[in-house]
Design a protein around this ligand. Structure first.
Ligand code: SAM
Ligand code: DTB
Ligand code: SF4
Length: 347
């Protein structure tokens, strides 16, 4: 009998991925959900909370981003914030049920001047008993090593789109630089959080290209944030057309099929999704969210709204990743996937 672990692959072709995208919606969701419950308890959602530790005036020109210094958004810029503020927010996040605290800085890369303070933030948040994540832009191997020593669990560094589309949305860095940082992070033993943005005017082949890049990394990212573009006034993407929610859900489902054991995070853009889109995304394989009323600089659903939705859908926030694994191990229903079921998975 074929075992679910046989299906962890790193050699996906664009043709295979296109085939998944082209499946009838119900067939795709069925396959993705089956794989999802083979590896996870489908009622359990991991929650992360975000904090912007340095806001705006970023030298990069990412066309989607309210924090780029190249565009005229109404964002209030802020230098690196004080560690006491960070710790206060982290304690609140823990109290609200977050298991991971993610700190983001609008930098091309961390400066020598600010880096020691960030290392201190990582160590201090870790000491509160939270998983730590930072997103600081490009890293050198030495900086990565220092973050690991400070106790960093995850580094968020998104590939954001296909290599082809990337060139039309960012000109101040290359795709290869992103891949190099991901490889430093992996080599130093920090877990990888890498995903992208959907709904920027890219084609389906770009969504397939992004997922192929992520799924063909030597090790799948442990965490894959899928952001729906937030169209921020003043950025070049403020007037991009509405994105079809079914295509968004398809993208989640394909991510689940390609990276069966990764946490797929329903990330930015939830304020523009109705409850049904979020519910179908959870069915399709999303099992993580950003929780809390702001992302980095833009609004996120109110915590109360998320709690109500979880209740209506019978979802629970997982208290820890270990707990997540235990729940799914213990539930034989999820493990009991027959050969007949698994053959429906093959492309
Ligand atoms: N400066 C670092 C970097 O770019 O890697 C870290 C912070 S950056 C804001 C983190 C991620 O936020 C980006 O990679 C992108 O995926 C996401 N993001 C930024 N602006 C967004 C928007 N308007 N809508 C959706 N996602 C967005
Ligand atoms: C990710 O993929 N999404 C988060 C987190 N990683 C750092 C950031 C979303 C940012 C949305 C725009 C803003 O709030 O500034
Ligand atoms: Fe800077 Fe990150 Fe925004 Fe790009 S996405 S402008 S690198 S903060």
């Amino acid at each position: 009998m074929s075992h679910a672990n046989d299906l962890i692959r790193h050699d996906w072709s664009l043709n295979e991925i296109d085939h998944f995208f082209e499946l009838p919606f119900n067939d795709l969701l069925f396959k993705a959900h089956l794989i999802h419950r083979t590896h996870f308890d489908p009622t359990s959602i991991q929650i992360s909370t975000l904090l912007s530790i340095k806001t705006g005036a970023c030298p990069e020109d990412c066309k989607y981003c309210p924090q780029s210094g190249h565009y005229n958004t109404t964002l209030k810029k802020e230098k690196l914030i004080d560690i006491q503020v960070v710790l206060e927010k982290a304690k609140q996040a823990k109290k609200s049920g977050a298991t991971r605290f993610c700190m983001g800085a609008a930098w091309k890369h961390p400066s020598t001047k600010d880096f020691p303070a960030v290392l201190n933030m990582v160590a201090s948040v870790k000491a509160l008993g939270l998983e730590t994540c930072v997103t600081l832009g490009t890293l050198t191997a030495n900086q990565t090593e220092a973050l690991k020593s400070a106790g960093l669990d995850y580094y968020n560094h998104n590939l954001d789109s296909s290599p082809e589309f990337y060139q039309s949305i960012i000109t101040t860095r290359t795709y290869q630089e992103r891949l190099d940082t991901l490889s430093h992070v992996r080599n130093k033993g920090i877990k990888v959080c890498s995903g992208g943005i959907i709904g920027m005017g890219e084609q389906q082949q770009d969504r397939a290209g992004l997922l192929m890049q992520l799924a063909n990394l030597p090790t799948h990212p442990e965490s894959v944030p899928i952001n729906l573009l937030i169209r921020v006034k003043g950025t070049p993407m403020e007037n991009v057309a509405d994105f079809d929610p079914f295509e968004f859900i398809r993208t989640i489902a394909v991510a689940r099929l390609l990276m069966p054991k990764s946490f797929i995070r329903l990330s930015a853009g939830r304020c523009n999704m109705n409850d049904q889109t979020q519910a179908l995304s959870f069915f399709a394989g999303a099992n993580s969210i950003f929780y809390g009323e702001t992302l980095l600089t833009t609004p996120n659903p109110e915590q109360n709204e998320d709690l109500k939705l979880f209740k209506r859908l019978g979802l629970n926030s997982s208290t820890s990743i270990a707990d997540h694994a235990k729940k799914s191990e213990n539930n034989h229903l999820y493990r009991d996937v027959t050969h007949a079921h698994l053959t429906t998975y093959s492309a």
